[in-house]
Write a protein that binds this ligand. Sequence first.
Ligand SMILES: Nc1ncnc2c1ncn2[C@@H]1O[C@H](COP(=O)(O)OP(=O)(O)OP(=O)(O)O)[C@@H](O)[C@H]1O
Length: 237
Amino acid sequence: MVEMKSVVQRYGKVTIIDQVDLSIQKGEIFGLLGPSGAGKTTLVKLMAGILQPTEGTISLAGAVLRHLAQMKNFGFMAQSDALYQELTAWENLDFFASIYTLSRKKRRKRIREVLEMVNLSSSKDQPVETFSGGMKRRLSLAAALVHEPEMIILDEPTVGIDPVLRQSIWNELNDLKHKGVTIIVTTHVMDEAEKCDRLALLRNGKMIAMDTPEMLKEKMNVSSMEDVFLHYGGDTK
Ligand SMILES: Nc1ncnc2c1ncn2[C@@H]1O[C@H](COP(=O)(O)OP(=O)(O)OP(=O)(O)O)[C@@H](O)[C@H]1O
């Protein structure tokens, strides 16, 4: 689904992403883990076509990537919420759904579904400016999913979300995965890292390990993802 070859991203003389190769399969949950400043957000922005790499190639489902963010089959949830504060939750979702030219009937059905998924049905008519941080995060997730994309990129999706809801979001991500949706997620949360099919560990812009959570633990001879992370010299923030 995503193929990166020798990708380098530089700002001036500073190298932020350093010769990254990776390949993400359709229908997998792929996690990006690394200490703060390692380059995770930069890497997902490159995948989303929001940034163009200084060097290397990025292709999506075989095609060289061009403005993927505008493509219909793709959803992106950034770290900062891109919501219209004065509009209600429903109106925000209706706006995002209309961009993707969903029919009116389909839109209503789908908005109800995603609101239910993120547990915001009862707040659907409230303006976003009255929402808590966690509610805004949940609405951003709903907005990234409203058009049923084939691939979603979630940059720290569960920051500010309590453990119960975090679990229900992960159940939802697993359901999507079983429908063949490819999910790319950056996280600092170790129990979330465990839920990924494969993980890439990033440090100082370099890919230092890539494997299943089980194999990473086995290779390090440790019992938790926390230990894997610490082994590679990360800090858990
Ligand atoms: N536009 C930019 N110009 C210069 N440096 C940048 C720019 N964007 C990011 N950086 C630098 O790139 C490095 C990686 O940033 P990035 O946001 O990708 O890290 P991250 O792993 O997502 O961190 P966090 O977990 O804290 O969100 C940081 O040192 C950051 O300061």
